[in-house]
Design a binder for this molecule. Structure first.
Ligand SMILES: [Zn+2]
Length: 729
């Protein structure tokens, strides 16, 4: 295992004192996913602070709950009065809720985060710097039938070995006892079976070196035992496995699976493909059902992964199994009984427990491979990270003779431990469109981009398609883009919506990345040439193509198609007419057609929003192609509303007017249109009853609303967003 300590960087941190020193060491532990994942592990340092009366106070700075070691900052550590926290371990009993309360009482900073639930354990260890990880190599050694002996063989009496006890006060007490019985001057580590490892020293540097040395020894021990390919969990996504291709059954199979998982969860869930060769190899194991259903590698994974993955696609059977597991175990919490030695935990868990949603968070399927489920793409990614490491641990433990995880009673106690549930609750209420997947056309700019951003802000995962290559320049973030359109919940794909194949590709991307499709926003459009109708005939008579074709066309139009081609015998205006219909009408028809077979499996029923125009109820002179195309588009939407009502899909139209902050409009075009109404450009911008100028963000916000439950009972509707038009009202 790589030792990441850098003296130069360390010096920067240690100048900040004790807290800087432990912050740096913590970040190094957090930097290695083979040590800890996503909020796992904890660290501390002991020193002195000064109280308001100038008295020195022996202080324990311990990781605050909710902070991640990889990114922790000095304020992420909770400063505790060391002595009273140490003395808490002398109590015969302390409920976990009371422990949390006591720890807060002994904080030296009222605004500090809740101290780690392992704070008492950190206080008891005599060393100044303490690091705790859930290292894969230790989990591989200890999640075996002879885990205890393996640790003894490897480290002899250099390690204090502690049998599995659930984290919290009881674990601190048990560690105190084992420490007293086993520790001596040569003690280098404390191993918690089925859980992780502690290292400690006078300095963070020494404690970190010791952590890396111990894990390296454990890895060597695995290698000596013939375990190969250990430690490749982060080798990166493999290109090997082919994604479901358009037209294949897999696309609908995945969409149906997502619908079933969402139904089990009671809310829409994303389902995300984990492209990884090792995951595929794991899914191909003959003993998959056995090895994958023995439990997580370390107990705190359970709040992310459930007690085990679903093997295959039988969601109903998984749900039945989860209910049975809940019923078998929840009784202990209610009556405080002690079946299999597990009493109730925590002060408030005497009240009856409410079952968490029984939907799987992991799918292992021979054909589909590894998929993760969650409310947000980031949740899915966390589960994927955890499971790729779990596969490493399982493969290694199997090679040692057999992976043995904790029994379900221990797992249940952690899953339903109020302090673990509080971690999830801290994430806050999910956004209104959480778990939903949107496809937005024309998403690189204008209304399409604003709609994509509004949907993403409302919690949806968004696939954007656009002819403009900028859409796919940077999937992971771009400072020029709205903040919502980056990260794993966003995917931009370059494509021409007049090509049905490009839309099928976008739909497949939505399925592979997010499991299906719930929302479609047809926002791509062009204004086309601004010309009186009769000009079509004049143009045809005068010229067989060329110069005039650029007139009135916006940049997006130029990028949309190659222009003339087959239409060389037509007039330039005629070609532009055709193009306006191709993009505004045929493009939208393609979008709806490509989306339908997946969207009909949407757990929400499916929502389509078509961006029409005020020109439909109130057409404008000189905008024949645009007005006629938007009218045709509106009629298309009405037919879709009729045809798809039986699938539960709603189709509604928004008719914006005068959204001038989009690529559709140039100052030249505004002046031109203003003149056709005999208005100045300023008057034209605000020529509505309310006298307000509309922005694309306003339209995006309305579109997101139209995809929300507020519009669940509305279909075939046309909603004006034009500031009020005296020609329509
Ligand atoms: Zn731990």
């Amino acid at each position: 295992m790589l030792n990441r300590w850098d003296d130069g960087e360390a010096a920067q941190w240690t100048r900040l004192g004790d807290l800087g020193e432990i912050t740096y060491g913590s970040r190094l532990v957090g930097a290695d996913p083979a040590l800890v994942l996503h909020g796992g592990g904890n660290t501390s340092i002991k020193g002195h602070s000064t109280d308001p009366w100038g008295e020195p106070v022996p202080t324990l700075w311990v990781k605050g709950s909710g902070w991640d070691l990889a990114t922790i900052e000095p304020p992420g550590f909770a400063p505790l009065r060391l002595e009273p926290v140490r003395r808490l371990a002398e109590l015969a009993e302390l409920s976990d809720t009371e422990m949390v309360s006591q720890l807060r009482i002994h904080l030296l900073d009222a605004s500090a985060p809740n101290p780690s639930v392992e704070a008492i354990l950190h206080a008891l260890l005599p060393h100044r710097a303490v690091l705790h990880s859930h290292a894969d190599a230790v989990l591989a050694l200890t999640n075996t039938a002879e885990g205890d002996e393996r640790v003894r063989e490897l480290w002899g009496d250099r390690a204090v070995v502690v049998p599995y006890v659930m984290p919290g006060f009881d674990l601190a007490r048990r560690c105190a006892d084992e420490w007293q019985a086993q520790a001596h001057d040569g003690t280098e580590a404390m191993v918690l079976l089925n859980h992780g490892i502690f290292t400690f020293a006078e300095t963070t540097r020494q404690a970190y070196d010791s952590m890396i040395d111990r894990i390296s020894e454990a890895e060597q021990c695995l290698a000596d035992a013939g375990v190969t390919s250990f430690g490749e969990a982060d080798a990166g996504a493999a290109e090997g496995r082919s994604a479901p291709s358009p037209g294949s059954d897999a696309v609908e199979t995945v969409a149906e699976l997502r619908a079933a998982i969402s139904a089990a969860a009671g809310v829409p869930m994303l389902l995300r493909d984990v492209h990884d060769e090792r995951a595929d190899a794991f899914c191909a194991r003959d003993d998959l059902a056995s090895v994958a259903q023995r439990g997580p590698a370390t107990p705190d994974h359970i709040i992310r992964t459930k007690q085990f993955p679903m093997v295959g696609r039988d969601v109903a059977a998984f749900v039945d199994g989860y209910r049975a597991y809940f019923e078998r175990n929840s009784g202990r919490h209610i009556d405080g009984g002690s079946k299999s030695g597990h009493g109730s935990r925590g002060g408030t868990s005497q009240a009856s427990l409410t079952m968490l949603d029984p939907a799987p968070r992991l799918v292992l399927d021979r054909e589909l491979g590894l998929w993760t489920a969650g409310r947000r793409a980031a949740d899915c990614d966390i589960v994927a990270d955890i499971y790729l490491h779990t596969i490493d641990v399982i493969n290694a433990a199997e090679a040692l003779g057999g992976y043995v995880a904790l029994g379900e009673a221990d797992l249940f106690d952690v899953e339903y431990w109020e302090l673990e549930q509080a971690k999830l609750a801290r994430a806050g209420a999910p956004a209104v469109l959480a778990g939903q997947v949107a496809l937005v056309t024309g998403a690189a700019s204008g209304i399409g981009r604003a709609a994509a951003a509004a949907l993403a802000s409302a919690g949806a995962a968004v696939v954007g398609i656009d002819i403009d290559p900028v859409i796919s320049v940077d999937h992971d973030g771009d400072s020029d883009r709205p903040s919502a359109l980056h990260g794993s919940a966003w995917f931009g794909i370059e494509g021409d919506i007049t090509d049905l194949g490009a839309l099928s590709t976008a739909v497949v991307a939505a399925v592979n990345r997010f499991g299906g499709l719930d929302i479609v926003v047809a926002a791509a459009g062009i204004f086309g040439p601004s010309a009186p109708l009769a000009a079509l005939a004049e143009d045809h008579a005068n010229a067989p193509a060329c110069a005039s074709s650029a007139r009135g066309r916006r940049p997006d139009a130029d990028r949309s198609r190659s222009g003339t081609g087959d239409h060389h015998h037509e007039s330039a205006l005629g070609t532009a007419w055709q193009q306006t219909f191709d993009i505004n009408v045929v493009g939208a028809a393609n979008t709806l057609a490509a989306a339908h077979r997946v969207m009909r499996h949407s757990p929400t029923g499916g929502r389509v929003v078509i961006v029409g125009s005020k020109n439909v109820p109130a057409p404008g002179k000189g905008a024949a192609a645009y007005s006629a195309s938007k009218a045709a588009l509106t009629q298309l939407a009405r037919v879709a509303a009729l045809e798809w009502a039986a699938d539960g899909i709603t189709v509604n139209v928004v008719h914006p007017d005068g959204v001038f902050d989009t690529g559709l409009w140039s100052d030249e075009l505004i002046a031109e249109r203003a003149a056709s109404y005999e208005l100045t450009p300023e008057q034209y911008r605000r020529r509505n009853l309310l006298g307000r100028e509309l922005t694309s963000a306003d339209v995006g916000a309305l579109i997101a609303q139209m995809c929300s439950p507020a519009f669940a009972h509305t279909t075939g509707a046309q909603i004006p967003q034009d500031g009020g038009s005296d020609r329509v009202v």
